[in-house]
Design a protein around this ligand. Structure first.
Ligand SMILES: [Zn+2]
Length: 239
């Protein structure tokens, strides 16, 4: 009995000494494990983390943050700045979410362009419907902004506004800026230089070959078919 008591006391003291240790105490250093090459089937788990943590309600069956698939894709989300046609910041932070198949197609296109020393740069991706309302309330004109009651492919996470950049990230000359509303932005406008027309043609061909379709009045806008996802109100979080 005496020995049992001593044993119990020893256990209690030992536990007490452990629990009183500060959480950030330096643990005795263990030898560094040898760095092993990852097995081929673990590569998918080694995807880079996005710049910001994924939102807690991020549903991978619904959404893919594009830079999570490929961090080399360029982002210049104009509605997260005041450099846009309403001159007002509409998104709290620049994040490009798309429906999973749309994001995968965009990454394939980016990889294809990379072989030519080029790449994609996104101006706008999924646009939550509450933001569509903000835009509509500022510019209630269906020539420039889709009526949120009807919604647009951006509100479904199935449209991208984008351009092509060179290996240094410089935008190729497309003849007009993003969200330029006028005939110079039309696909059939013939007044641009040969270079501009070739640049637009390159974007058009690579997008069409991966399941996107163009719109006649905006060289930067492409939507993915078929229309399989609903209009959405989900708002991503910012840190
Ligand atoms: Zn668009």
């Amino acid at each position: 009995m005496k020995y049992l008591l001593i044993f119990c006391l020893f256990v209690l003291l030992n536990c007490g000494s452990k629990s009183s240790q500060p959480a950030d105490a330096v643990q005795p250093s263990a030898p560094e494990p040898a760095v092993a090459e990852p097995a081929a089937d673990t590569v998918a788990d080694d995807l880079p983390e996005p710049v910001q943590p994924l939102p807690p309600d991020y549903d991978t069956t619904q959404w893919t943050e594009v830079i999570h698939l490929d961090p080399t894709i360029g982002l210049d989300l104009r509605y997260a700045t005041d450099n846009n046609f309403v001159s007002e910041k509409m998104y709290d932070c620049p994040r490009c979410f798309l429906r999973p198949d749309v994001a995968k197609a965009a990454v394939l296109i980016h990889k294809e362009l990379k072989k030519k020393g080029l790449g994609l740069k996104m101006y706008d991706c999924y646009r939550p419907r509450p933001i569509q309302w903000k835009l509509w309330n500022k510019v209630p004109d269906p020539r420039y902004v889709a009526d949120p009651r009807k919604g647009s492919m951006h509100n479904r996470g199935m449209a991208i506004d984008l351009t092509i950049v060179d290996s240094l990230g410089n935008e190729l000359d497309m003849g007009t800026d993003f969200d330029f509303f006028g005939k110079e932005a039309y696909h059939n406008y013939t007044g641009h230089s040969e270079e501009v027309q070739q640049n637009r043609q390159l974007l058009l061909e690579v997008m069409l070959s991966h399941g996107f379709r163009s719109t006649s009045t905006e060289w930067w806008h492409y939507s993915y078919k078929p229309k399989t996802f609903p209009l959405d109100d989900w708002l991503w979080e910012c840190e």
